[in-house]
Design a protein around this ligand. Structure first.
Ligand code: PEP
Ligand code: MN
Length: 295
């Protein structure tokens, strides 16, 4: 039994039993395996979510859906509702909201690819659920308990991104809210944390890969990694994605854009279709060493 010297900071054996009993493994080999839109999570497949940061236009999302699917993505990602850091908007730097949801629907129907997209407010839950196969709770809403409980009550699969300042304990506590409402198809996603140093002025967060085995030690839920938001810097995405697979990630989220430098949001982080295709091939080789696969 670990002594809980600093309650509230790290995870004690007591926490595992009393704070997140539903999230916690029942035995060391306990792992949730489930299908979403026919794609298996928690088994030997490592599903890939790929697409732009924001659903900027119909053409952009259709072109992206076609290309990421061809290159091995299992889900199309992209936000119609976006937590933009600053309130100043322009025609390009703005959420596309209802229109964006329509464009995601068009892409889903045309290319037969399932969708993961962010939900920001409960009032849009039925609209976003009309297209989303997975509801994405963004890092900024990780502890928005009314929102996550409302999403969980729909029974839709949920991906819960870790807030960049949240401990593993707080992240698992938020996941417990979802399981508590009865939704079992839950994926956790590490997306970079705030840190004293991020090595270059172009980078913003630090990818916490150590949280992958740390979380997997405690929870049966699949752990995804988003190296795009974590690095905030295109040149580092490839190596950190391969490292995420090697670290045991159960799924990968990547920002992919037809013209990365002109992405309306976070133009420093997306990769293009060709680099995505090459990266998927490399990830698949690494996955094979671990008896897993992507393709
Ligand atoms: C996103 O995935 O588009 C996003 C906003 O990510 P995060 O919540 O991790 O910042
Ligand atoms: Mn983003």
């Amino acid at each position: 039994m670990l002594e809980n010297k600093f309650p509230g900071k790290d995870i004690s054996d007591e926490d595992i039993k009393t704070k997140f009993p539903l999230v916690a493994k029942k035995d060391p080999n306990h792992k949730s395996v489930f299908k979403i839109a026919g794609v298996e999570f928690g088994g030997n497949l490592i599903p890939i979510f790929a697409g732009p940061n924001m659903v900027e236009s119909k053409d952009l999302i259709l072109e992206t859906a076609k290309n990421v699917k061809k290159n091995g993505a299992h889900f199309l990602r992209g936000g119609a509702f976006k937590p933009l850091t600053f309130p100043y908007r322009s025609e390009k730097y703005n959420e596309t909201r209802e229109k964006g949801i329509e464009w995601l629907k068009a892409a889903k129907e045309k290319y037969n690819i399932p969708i993961i997209t962010e939900i920001m407010e409960e009032k849009y839950l039925s609209l976003v659920s009309s297209v989303a196969d997975i509801l994405q709770i963004g890092s900024r809403n990780m502890q928005n308990f009314p929102l996550i409980s409302a999403c969980a009550k729909t029974g839709k699969p949920i991906m819960l991104k870790r807030h960049y300042g949240a401990s593993l304990r707080d992240w698992l506590g938020a996941a417990e809210y979802i399981l508590y409402e009865g939704t079992e198809k839950v994926i956790l996603c590490e997306r970079g944390v705030s840190a004293a140093h991020t090595h270059r002025s172009t980078s913003r967060f630090l990818l916490d890969l150590q949280v992958v085995p740390a979380a997997q030690e405690i929870t049966h839920l699949p752990i995804a990694v988003d190296p795009s938001h974590a690095t905030f810097w295109r040149a580092w995405v490839k190596s950190m994605t391969m490292a995420s697979v090697a670290a045991g990630a159960d799924a990968i989220m990547l920002e992919v854009h037809p013209d990365p430098e002109n992405s309306a949001v976070d133009p420093l982080q997306p990769i293009n279709f060709e680099d995505f295709g090459n990266l998927v091939t490399k990830m698949d080789s690494i996955a094979k060493i671990l008896n897993k696969k992507i393709l």
